[in-house]
Design a protein around this ligand. Structure first.
Ligand code: HEC
Ligand code: HEC
Length: 157
């Protein structure tokens, strides 16, 4: 039984690697997950540059219309984590400090039809989990993407 479970897990891991979904794995940080995952999904550190994370963490009192202020200690710890696993490429940088405005995001989603972003079930590009159904568990692979309505991305026409 243990062997069977191990084989199944290995198969899942292999499929995640095959379609690139494993690129966003970073060791978990419980404080980051709790504090930055309470209003929305905890966005992976690899999706913004260190400069962008520093600006974002420096303005948590006016965070996209919300107040997400932390204690100074929490802020320092979480920023260190974000910086450590941040992106180095300028394709992951946006003056708005939004992952969804970076050149990387636009390229990665260029085949996603404009009307999908505004559907009630999605509302905003920031709502990653509306389509990336396993992203909370760190799995961004294409095989786990469902479009609003439930269609698998891979099965679309
Ligand atoms: C009090 C609620 C709240 C907390 C806590 C919070 N955020 Fe946010 N965050 C928001 C809101 C609201 C938005 C805007 C969402 C939208 O436009 O749909 C947002 C957007 C973002 C975006 C831009 C998403 C995009 O479109 O690419 C990033 C990056 C982000 N948050 C990072 C963080 C980090 C890092 C933390 C932890 C330090 C954090 N957030 C904690 C409310 C919060
Ligand atoms: C409307 C649905 C939708 C939303 C919302 C969405 N995505 Fe995506 N995402 C997709 C689709 C569909 C693809 C595959 C596009 C393709 O293959 O051309 C994709 C691809 C990706 C990939 C590449 C996956 C791989 O293995 O190649 C990543 C990473 C990703 N998205 C991250 C995000 C992040 C981060 C957010 C939120 C800030 C987000 N997405 C919001 C639909 C969405």
């Amino acid at each position: 039984m243990k062997t069977l479970i191990a084989l199944i897990l290995a198969a899942f891991a292999a499929s995640a690697v095959a379609d690139g979904g494993s690129r966003l794995t970073a060791p978990n940080n419980p404080k980051w997950k709790a504090e930055c995952g309470s209003c929305h999904l905890a966005y992976p550190p690899q999706l913004l540059t260190a400069d962008n994370w520093r600006s974002l963490m420096g303005g948590l009192d006016r965070h996209f219309g919300a107040n997400a202020t932390l204690t100074p200690q929490e802020n320092t710890e979480i920023l260190a984590y974000l910086e450590r696993y941040s992106a180095s490429s300028p394709a992951h940088s946006a003056t708005t400090l939004r992952i969804s405005d970076t050149p990387w995001f636009r390229r990665e989603h260029r085949e996603v039809a404009a009307k999908l972003w505004t559907q009630a079930a999605v509302k905003s590009r920031s709502n990653c989990a509306a389509c990336h159904t396993a992203a909370e568990r760190g799995n961004w692979s294409e095989s786990s993407i469902r479009l609003p309505g439930g269609q698998r991305w891979k099965d679309r026409d």
